[in-house]
Design a binder for this molecule. Structure first.
Ligand code: PRP
Length: 180
């Protein structure tokens, strides 16, 4: 863990924000679609899995979960946002209320591609919830319905976010040491 630099969000602060987002999602969907609304929460592996696990326990509606894994086509193509679906959803989303849950939205290119793909499957409603929004780096516009925190350009690790695949298990979110 020698890559940890400065504390940005403490566990308690994250958990409070997650609880508030859960309440907001619960009341929005109940108001729009009724208390019996079933929300299909879709997480894009791997970064979002910790946030998803905490968030679903703060939502008082019928929740189902599904996962997608993607790989980008490499450095050159990364700027175009072209990604390949490595593992697809296990269930149809046709006529479902779909909420995509992300750990962080940066350029927005990944999600832009995913949303276009999901939209083509005719969900009844398609929204985005992200814990962290790095809007300063946005290239593709993304309509975010639920946002935990706005963050700057610094590279972050913890609570699902990795530094070279490590650090996802950290309870707080930290910046990463730039040297090394
Ligand atoms: C992160 C995050 C988003 C994506 C956002 O995933 O989970 O999926 O980057 O970046 P963008 O807005 O610039 O497209 P990452 O590629 O780090 O993989 P991981 O989820 O496995 O950590």
């Amino acid at each position: 863990m020698d890559f940890i630099d400065r504390l940005v969000f403490r566990e308690e602060e994250i958990q409070k924000r997650v609880r508030d987002l859960g309440k907001e999602i619960t009341s929005d969907y109940a108001a729009l679609y009724g208390e019996g609304a079933e929300v299909r929460m879709v997480s894009v592996l791997k970064g979002g899995f910790i946030f998803l696990a905490d968030l679903i326990r703060c939502v008082q509606l019928d929740v189902t979960v599904d996962f997608m894994a993607i790989t980008s086509y490499g450095e050159a193509a990364a700027s175009s946002g072209a990604v390949r679906i490595e593992q697809d959803l296990s269930m149809s989303i046709e006529d479902r209320f779909v909420l995509v849950v992300e750990d962080i939205i940066d350029t927005g290119l990944t999600l832009h591609y995913i949303l276009r793909n999901l939209r083509s499957r005719n969900p009844r409603d398609l929204r985005v919830c992200t814990l962290l929004d790095r809007e300063v780096r946005r290239i593709a516009p993304i309509d975010i319905s639920y946002r935990g925190f706005e963050v700057g350009e610094e590279f972050l690790v913890g609570y699902g976010l990795d530094y070279r695949q490590k650090g996802r298990n950290l309870r707080n979110i930290y910046t990463v040491k730039t040297a090394g």
